[in-house]
Design a protein around this ligand. Structure first.
Ligand SMILES: Cc1cc2nc3c(=O)[nH]c(=O)nc-3n(C[C@H](O)[C@H](O)[C@H](O)COP(=O)(O)OP(=O)(O)OC[C@H]3O[C@@H](n4cnc5c(N)ncnc54)[C@H](O)[C@@H]3O)c2cc1C
Length: 365
């Protein structure tokens, strides 16, 4: 039976990025993925943006620290983002500026005139906007592939169709059994199972931290007039929608957040209809066709902060979960920080501004 320093459960962006980091740190790593291929669940279904304020002020440091490696790696294409508000949303605008200016995010308050320039066809009544110029699209497939390639180069072994079904702790190591009956040994098991993080913790006899998956729907529509390529990502200050251009089409979400069991999420017709109705309240464009729709699960701990590091009660069990709606855009810094926590390394220029206690599993004890 082969023996590893770390067995990571789940090869989405979380598992792949951490495998790359740990492999480069000299650890022997096994990456176990239940599906036929890595990236089938949340990672393959994202809306693919890097947006500084997304997830709240405690996520901003992870997003900002991840910006330089994502930019230098060629994974970002600058787009800009507009948070927009209606008459009556003035307090939301003020509150947003007060919450995010101190975080170091680059944001600026715009009036109706500038909003109209950036969002042609915007309906009367939308009076305020917050402009975030550095928001960017992420090439998620390339980024995930990059982490997997780095992992391979670091001698990480990736096994697909390897659903972890049993975790037994022996004398200083785990015996990991997959649903197909294979067994492996590792000193530490890392839970990067996305929506399945709590069930995987139970397998190890660890207390679940309360990670809940929530369904999020995205619809690809063709609209008239055609979407300008330089349209920003447009988000509602009240959190009811976002949309952005994608290859001449529009990706549109009603910002739904329906609690779900961990599963292969599928879009519901109601969410699709809501997305289109809400778009109609913002712009005077006509939706000509719904070309594609999908849903995925965003998995959050109760306080909406991610969970990185060793479990406080179960020896040899660690968490890299609760990546919510920001798991792609935070992946470089999150994986580097978690490597440093697991290998006992010093923090470096990428992670020096981060506060690991904010994300520690011990906060749930
Ligand atoms: C519609 C939508 C839009 C989003 N938009 C953005 C965005 O614009 N920007 C952004 O940064 N983030 C976005 N996100 C969030 C982002 O996609 C997630 O935070 C991220 O993909 C989570 O990665 P993960 O690896 O934790 O989870 P996943 O990608 O779900 O990976 C977990 C893996 O664990 C595997 N697994 C589970 N149980 C087991 C087991 N027992 N044994 C072996 N393997 C197991 C699963 O098969 C799965 O492949 C979005 C999410 C959704 C759904």
């Amino acid at each position: 039976m082969s023996y590893y320093d770390f067995a990571i459960v789940g090869a989405g962006i979380a598992g792949a990025s951490l495998a790359a980091e740990l492999g480069e740190g000299g650890a022997r790593v096994l990456l176990l993925e239940a599906e036929e291929r890595p990236g089938y669940h949340a990672t393959g279904r994202s809306a693919a943006f890097w947006e500084e304020c997304y997830g709240g002020p405690e996520i901003v440091p992870l997003t900002l620290a991840s910006g330089p490696p994502l930019r230098e790696g060629g994974f970002l294409t600058q787009r800009g983002a507009l948070y927009i508000g209606r008459a009556g949303d003035e307090e939301l605008v003020t509150g947003f500026m007060q919450r995010f200016v101190p975080t170091g995010a680059t944001i600026e308050h715009l009036g109706r005139g500038q909003l109209q320039t950036r969002l042609p066809g915007v309906r009367p009544g939308w009076s305020d906007a917050i402009w975030e110029p550095v928001c960017a699209d992420i090439d998620v497939a390339a980024l995930h592939g990059h982490f997997l390639a780095r992992a391979r180069a670091g001698d990480v072994r990736l096994e697909c169709r390897a659903r972890v079904a049993g975790l037994e702790r022996g004398e200083g190591f785990w015996t990991i059994t997959t649903a197909r009956g294979e067994s492996h040994r590792a000193a530490t098991v890392v839970n990067a199972a996305g929506a399945w993080a709590d069930p995987v913790a139970r397998l190890a006899g660890a207390s679940p931290v309360g990670i809940t998956p929530y369904r999020r729907t995205v619809v690809q529509v063709r609209v008239d007039p055609a979407v300008p390529d330089d349209l920003p990502l447009v988000l509602d200050l009240r959190g009811q929608f976002y949309f952005k251009p994608e290859s001449g089409r529009l990706w549109l979400s009603p910002h739904d957040e329906e609690p779900s069991e961990p599963c292969d999420a599928a879009p519901e017709e109601l969410a699709v209809a809501q997305a289109i109705e809400r778009l109609g309240e913002v712009v005077d464009w006509r939706v000509e066709a719904v070309e594609h729709k999908w849903a995925g699960l965003r998995s959050f701990a109760p306080d909406r902060r991610p969970v990185y590091g060793r479990d406080p009660a179960v020896e040899g069990f660690a968490w890299f979960a609760g990546q919510g709606g920001f798991g792609i855009q935070t992946s470089p810094a999150a994986a580097r920080l978690t490597r440093q926590l697991l290998l006992g390394e010093e923090r470096d220029t990428m992670t020096q501004e981060l506060e690991p206690e904010l994300y520690a599993p011990a906060r749930f004890v």
